[in-house]
Design a protein around this ligand. Structure first.
Ligand code: MF3
Ligand code: CO
Ligand code: CO
Length: 282
């Protein structure tokens, strides 16, 4: 499999002035979030809408995946879907990120910038898309196949989806967030796979990344107690090799250190009385 290399990036896509944008856009980064992890009923209701639009936009963008199509074209489709639904693409202008979603192909772990590389038959493509609607974010990611992929890619993708679902099903009020990482890492290890440690799930609501960390590996020191009304992501990145990583000179693209392939899925969830409800559903 040929390693992924950087390709030229197209100019910024514009967003009409009448679509409200997060306050970090145009600045160097968001103001630190100092509010609670538990969200109001009103915020959660808004997040259902943001989550639905994020899921629908991701599905629309994924329909464009085919051999020969550039990741920039996938970005264009996701961008236009969001604008058509009066949503702002949360990544566009987030700490200087130049595109409306992330496309991370094969050994790219996360934060790939959509560019003019044409997708190849056999690529696995992660689309990570976040919608900002009515003051809140809905964040989701999934792994898709370009054309015919090999058996290892199919299994890696299935295992990663199941790992995310097991992490979500482990969510219960009264438990510590480290339970999520424990079940994810242990499930990946059954297949000889590794769960990436240095990129994590996060609190998400009025803030894109609230500061609450949701680990995808077994680390007891992440001991925040889960409470009803908390909203956060579960977004494991699982590789067929190790969890080491390197970053490209673009300051964003994260690749596996050993060149092994990586799959990822992500949902935004809200904690209920008995478990978790997924908000990023189409
Ligand atoms: N959506 C990503 C996440 O799951 C964040 C992407 S930030 C970007 O947290 F700047 F890289 F786009
Ligand atoms: Co995301
Ligand atoms: Co996220």
């Amino acid at each position: 499999m040929t390693p992924i290399t950087p390709y030229p990036i197209t100019p910024w896509r514009t967003v009409p002035k009448d679509i409200p944008r997060p306050d970090y856009v145009g600045g160097s980064g968001p103001a630190p979030y100092g509010g609670p992890h538990v969200q109001s009923v009103e915020t959660i209701e808004k997040m259902r809408i943001a989550g639905r639009i994020a899921a629908q936009a991701m599905r629309a963008a994924a329909e464009a995946i085919a051999p020969g199509v550039t990741t920039d074209e996938i970005d264009r489709v996701g961008h236009e879907f969001l604008l058509d639904h009066h949503a702002y693409p949360s990544t566009l202008g987030y700490r200087g990120f130049p595109k409306s979603l992330c496309t991370s192909v094969n050994e790219v772990i996360c934060h790939g910038i959509p560019d003019t590389r044409p997708l190849e038959d056999g690529d696995i493509v992660k689309i990570d898309l976040t919608a900002y609607v009515d003051g809140v974010h809905g964040d989701n990611c999934a792994t898709y196949f370009c054309g015919e992929v090999d058996q290892e890619a199919v299994r890696l993708t299935e295992v990663t989806h199941e790992a995310m679902m097991r992490g979500i099903r482990a969510v219960k009020p009264g438990r510590q967030v480290n339970v999520i990482g424990r079940v994810i890492e242990k499930y990946a290890a059954r297949f000889g796979y590794s769960s990436v440690r240095d990129y994590t799930g996060h609190g998400v609501h009025t803030a894109f990344h609230s500061g609450l960390v949701i680990p995808h590996y077994d680390e007891p020191s992440f001991d925040t107690v889960i409470e009803r009304g908390m909203t956060f992501t579960v977004e494991p990145m699982i590789t067929t090799g190790g969890y080491g990583w390197q970053q490209w000179d673009d300051g964003w693209t994260v690749v596996t250190a050993d060149g092994s392939r990586c799959a990822q899925f992500e949902h935004t969830i809200v904690v209920t009385d008995s478990g978790a409800e997924i908000l990023t559903v189409p």
